[in-house]
Structures are given as structure tokens and as C-alpha cells.
Design a protein. Structure first.
Length: 473
């Protein structure tokens, strides 16, 4: 236990502290890795999330290629969104605002813009190094596969130690998340409907087993659940914003004032505002952790960059859209309603203010959608890692699914923070091993982006002004 706590603190705790005249900023190891890397990728891609945002939207509308068993780029985005949009979008945002105030939302937005470029690079590399999947059909891949390629180019070994450790870290992470999911759903339904956890848990595990133990059911189910949950939550937020339209300007003003506010600096709270926003943003969108590329690698697109752009869009959806929804629901509630509250108590009070007695029911529905989609999504991720470690065999695939289902059941009945910490350690280790090769290999993703831009520029129909200028020359 002490060793696990030590590793957890090393990854997520403040590794160094920068002291300034009126405040201090604590920086964790993962922040020190991900933020500079994200800035580097943003510059290298020439602010791709902004330049190519229109292209990202257009790619989602492309027709699916009819290749057997391969999923489309949009379906890959849906799978990754299912896992990105989870408890972090609710509890994480609540925790960030509780500890850092409204200004933390701005730093979450900024982290998402930086993280979008990181997501683009890792997803593009996952496409460049994906392989045919003899078990499930279609493709498989992810960081384990491009890490393998990076470390075995000269040695030609069949396995890479770093790639194996990454794959094990991912399985450890998703093992821990399974318990968190079970606990979140059973607790929400007990609070909202007074249903004993055993009943909720049994139904939850049975539904999950029917999906994950079938060969290719996951994507079909997520194709339905993810749009429903996103539209439902977005609809709730629109309702709240319309009802509180007069207070929106003050909410936006509060976000920006507290993000850079002199009051926060003088009071010593600026560091909390900044780092709570950054940390929660990184944890929520998962850019750089190497999880989402496990989904993007399985998709079939006409160019690897398209998959990268879709995953970049996924970060935008997760943080700029969904996390902002949670923030707006909380910040439009009067201070007297939420003052002094933290965690889920804060969110429940805000929801009760906006929706009355059904507020708790809405939270239970949202938590179920977010958590259930996360669980079946992470088991989809696990396929590639299991195949890399154990080879193309059904036995290890099935054993891991059964173990994850058992953790889902255990989590629904009890809380074991030790296992939850293992999940956080797993994602921390994934991030470190992923970033070891992501920076040196990013030149391949940048080269692929340049090739894509050259192709699209040739195919683009010139405007009338361009035609006129060419004729004048």
C-alpha cells in the first residue's frame, strides 16, 4: 500500500513547486511532461486544431468504407469519446471548480487546445503502425505497436520491453476504472431511486457481459449510446443556459476574471486556479495517455491524418463541450445554493436548483450513460494491448473481460480506493511510456500531415479570385 501511494504521489503529486511573490504553483510529473509536449506539438502542427477545425467536422460526415469488419473514422471517434466522456466530466470539473474557482474552467479550455495537437500526433501514429486483426477482423494497434516499431527497428526483436510495460499499464488502468464505474452507477441509482446496490450492480454487469463477450457488439452499441448521452447532457445544459440567459455574461466574466484575477494572485489562490484547471483538463481529455489511439488504430480511413484529426476533435468535444456543460450547470446556480459545497454534493445541489426533484434523476441517468459507455469502451481498447502481450488467442481476451466484469461487480458493492489508485497509476505510467517515443516519432505524423495538406490543396477547387489572379499573371 505504501509503495502504491508513493508511486501515485510521484506521478500525480507536486514534484516541484514554483514560488512567486503572491502565489505558488505546484507541478506534477505528468503536467511537466504533457504541457510542454502539447505546446511543442501545437507549434509543430502550426496550430492544427484551429487551422483544420472545419476539416475535422467534414471528415465526420464522410461515408463509411465498406471494408469488412473495419470501423470508420467516425466510429473510432465515437469509441474514444465514450471513454473520454466519463466521471472526469462531472466529478473532475466539480473538483476543479471547488478547489480553483470558476477560473479553472479557462485553464481547462486552454489545456484542451494544447492537448488536441497531442491527440492528433498519437492517433496519426497509431494509424501509420496499425495491423490486421486476425481475431476480430479489421485492424488493431495503438501505442504498444508504434513503441514496438521505434525500439525494434534495428534489433528486429519480436517484442519490446517498453511496449510490453505500456500494454500492461493500460490493462492495469482499465482494471481499476472498472471498479470506479461500478461504484459510480450503483451509488447514483441508490441516491436517486433508493435501489439497493446489489440490484443495480447485477443488472449492470449482465448488460455489460452481453455486449463485451460478443465478438463485435461494442461499436454497434456505442454508436447508439454516445450520441444519445451527448445530446441528452447538451440538451440539459441548453435548457439551463436559456433559463439563466441574463446571468450568462456574469458567469463568463467570472471565468476570465478569476483565471487571471489580481484578487486570486494577492490571496495566493492563483496557483490553485491554474493547476486545478490544467490537471483536470489533462485527466479528462486523456491526450497523451495513449488510450484513445487504441481506438483510432482500429478504424479504416483514406489517410492516417484523418484519424488524427478526428481524435483531435474528440478532445474538443470532451473538454470544450461536455466539461463546459458541467461548468455552466454549476456556475449558473446562485452562490447561496452551492456555497461551501464540494464534489457531487455541489453538482447535486446545482441540478436540484435547476430541475427540482428530478435533478437527482438526471444525474443518475447521466452517470449511467457516461460510466457504462466508458466501461465497454475501455474493454475495446484492451483488445490491442492483450494481443500484443499474449498473441492472437481468444483465451487471454476472454479472461481479461471476465476479470474486468468481476471488478465492475465488486465496485458496485464496495469501495476499494487501493484499486482506484492502481487505475490512476496505470494511466500515469501509460502516459510516460507513450511520451518517450511520441516526441521523437512526431516527425512522422508531421510528414503525414504535410502530405495530406499537399493532396487536399491539389484537389481543392480554386476560388474565383484565385482564378482571376492566375489569369492576370
Amino acid at each position: 500500500m505504501a509503495f502504491v501511494q508513493f508511486i501515485y504521489n510521484f506521478l500525480w503529486g507536486d514534484l516541484i513547486t514554483i514560488s512567486l511573490p503572491h502565489f505558488h504553483v505546484g507541478l506534477s510529473l505528468l503536467v511537466l511532461i504533457l504541457i510542454p509536449a502539447g505546446i511543442f506539438f501545437t507549434i509543430r502542427t502550426r496550430f492544427l486544431p484551429i487551422r483544420h477545425f472545419k476539416d475535422m467536422i467534414q471528415i465526420t460526415m464522410e461515408k463509411k468504407d465498406q471494408e469488412a469488419h473495419a470501423i470508420s473514422g467516425l466510429e473510432g471517434l465515437i469509441v474514444s469519446t465514450a471513454t473520454r466522456v466519463g466521471m472526469g466530466n462531472l466529478v473532475g470539473v466539480v473538483a476543479a471548480i471547488s478547489a480553483g474557482g470558476a477560473g479553472a474552467v479557462f485553464w481547462m479550455w486552454l489545456t484542451a487546445i494544447v492537448g488536441s495537437s497531442t491527440a492528433f500526433v498519437e492517433a496519426t501514429l497509431a494509424q501509420l503502425y496499425h495491423e490486421r486483426d486476425p481475431l476480430y477482423g479489421g485492424y488493431r494497434g495503438g501505442p504498444a505497436y508504434y513503441i514496438h516499431a521505434f525500439f525494434t527497428r534495428k534489433t528486429k526483436k519480436k517484442k519490446s520491453i517498453i511496449a510490453i510495460v505500456f500494454a500492461f499499464s493500460g490493462l492495469l488502468c482499465w482494471f481499476g476504472i472498472s471498479q470506479v464505474v461500478g461504484n459510480s452507477v450503483s451509488s447514483a441509482f441508490e441516491n436517486a431511486f433508493h435501489i439497493p446496490p446489489i440490484y443495480t450492480t447485477v443488472i449492470l454487469v449482465a448488460l455489460a457481459a452481453c455486449i463485451v463477450l460478443r465478438k463485435n457488439m461494442t461499436v454497434k452499441v456505442l454508436d447508439v449510446i454516445v450520441p444519445i448521452m451527448a445530446c441528452f447532457y447538451f440538451g440539459l445544459t441548453i435548457y439551463v443556459m436559456v433559463r439563466n440567459i441574463t446571468s450568462l455574461p456574469s458567469v463568463i466574466h467570472e471565468i476570465f476574471v478569476q483565471a487571471f484575477g489580481l484578487k486570486q494572485m494577492v490571496a495566493g489562490g492563483f496557483g490553485a486556479v491554474l493547476m486545478n484547471g490544467v490537471k483536470r483538463g489533462l485527466f479528462s481529455n486523456e491526450a497523451g495517455s495513449g488510450s484513445a489511439p487504441c481506438a483510432s488504430a482500429t478504424s479504416h480511413v483514406s489517410h492516417p491524418v484523418k484519424s488524427g484529426m478526428l481524435q483531435s476533435l474528440g478532445v474538443f468535444i470532451d473538454t470544450i463541450v461536455i466539461c463546459t456543460c458541467t461548468a455552466m450547470i454549476m456556475l449558473t446556480a446562485p452562490h447561496a445554493v452551492i456555497n461551501g459545497l464540494q464534489g457531487m454534493d455541489l453538482l447535486q445541489s446545482a441540478m436540484s436548483y435547476h430541475f427540482g426533484q428530478v435533478g437527482g434523476i438526471f444525474i443518475a441517468i447521466v452517470l449511467w450513460l457516461f460510466s457504462f459507455s466508458t466501461f465497454i469502451g475501455i474493454l475495446y481498447y484492451a483488445r490491442s494491448n492483450i494481443a500484443y502481450i499474449f498473441g492472437d488467442r481468444w483465451m487471454p481476451q476472454t479472461i481479461y473481460k471476465v476479470l474486468a466484469l468481476s471488478q465492475l461487480f465488486i465496485g458496485g458493492l464496495a469501495t476499494y480506493t487501493f484499486v482506484w489508485d492502481l487505475g490512476d497509476i496505470g494511466i500515469g505510467l501509460m502516459t510516460i511510456f507513450n511520451m518517450i517515443v511520441l516526441i521523437p516519432m512526431s516527425k512522422e505524423a508531421i510528414a503525414s500531415l504535410k502530405e495530406y495538406e499537399e493532396q487536399t490543396n491539389k484537389e481543392r477547387v480554386p476560388s474565383m479570385q484565385e482564378v482571376f489572379e492566375n489569369e492576370s499573371v
